[in-house]
Write a protein that binds this ligand. Structure first.
Ligand code: ASP
Length: 292
């Protein structure tokens, strides 16, 4: 195996409130980056590490995804997730999935065991059940409502959720994964960018991206794939590409951010929103984690 330097970045969603104590999220993100780095150093693949890291972010209950999910307007927990393996261009996704603990595990199963990319609604739940993925048996006991703090403070239309991870492994392969409960106060059936390959998640052999923010604007900008294509076809650096795409999202009225890595090990975490919970392994080996 070649000894490529590994890279990892993750996010816990755009939107953070000045003055609020995010130390639990920061501790959690620092720990997850360190363990992802160790797994990558030991030779784990990028796709396995992004799947496991997003599953850990989901189960922490600290973010608006997985265990921390917020319900939709009808009181149901409808979750979206997607992932992509840059080396194979294989992808898996679920939209409006109800009743399962880890939407990213369901997305991974879609990628691994079906010829399809995206399962939605009842079909997604039926599929997750067929794979014996852990179900949510008691919603009240399972969901932590990490959203309560933010939802009391921010307008209904503000973005608040989502976790994501991008990684470069020792073989030089890239992967990206994203999982969310979506925006607060979403109507039943509403699906955002986090379930859509090319919008909220993208990975190819040059760039891996996971987005967070007002999903409708990220879908309309094909934000994640656009970052990669600005690098591939536009000769942009990763940082330029990411800034230009967020600029386009902002021009259309959308707020949010993204994390991205490229095959050279560059990592960027720009946002145009009131903060973004984020963490990364830097080139000098240090780990940073911030919310604002
Ligand atoms: N992008 C997510 C969605 O629109 C929400 C978020 O990132 O906060 O569903």
């Amino acid at each position: 195996m070649s000894a490529n330097r590994v890279t990892i970045a993750l996010h816990g969603g755009s939107g953070a409130t000045p003055g609020h104590d995010y130390s639990r999220e920061i501790d959690n993100m620092l720990r997850l980056v360190a363990s992802a780095r160790d797994r990558l150093d030991a030779g784990s693949s990028a796709i396995d590490v992004v799947t496991e890291t997003v599953a850990a972010l989901e189960s922490s209950g600290l973010y608006i995804a997985g265990r921390g999910a917020s319900p939709n307007l009808a009181g149901r927990y409808e979750l979206d997730a997607s992932l992509m393996d840059g080396s194979t261009r294989k992808a898996g996704a679920v939209a409006s999935l109800c009743g399962f603990r880890s939407p990213i595990a369901a997305a991974r199963a879609v990628m691994d065991v079906t010829p399809h990319v995206l399962y939605a609604g009842d079909g997604a739940a039926e599929f997750a059940g067929s794979q014996a993925l852990p179900a949510v048996l008691d919603e009240k006991a399972w969901y932590t409502e990490a959203c309560r703090f933010e939802s009391n403070r921010l307008p209904q239309s503000a973005p608040h959720g989502t976790v994501g991870c991008v990684a470069l492994d020792r073989r030089g392969n890239l992967a990206a994964a994203t999982s969310t409960a979506g925006v607060f106060g979403k109507p039943p059936g509403r699906v955002g960018d986090s379930a859509i390959i090319g919008a909220g998640t993208w990975a190819d052999d040059e760039v891996a991206v996971s987005c967070t923010g007002q999903g409708e604007f990220f879908i309309r900008s094909a934000a994640a794939v656009q970052v990669a294509h600005r690098v591939r076809f536009g000769g942009r650096t990763l940082a330029q590409a990411a800034d230009e795409v967020l600029g386009e999202v902002a021009e259309r009225g959308g707020a949010g951010g993204l994390i991205a890595v490229d095959s050279r090990g560059n990592v960027v975490m720009p946002f145009r929103s009131s903060g973004m919970k984020r963490a990364a392994l830097l080139a000098d080996g240090s780990i940073v984690a911030e919310a604002l």
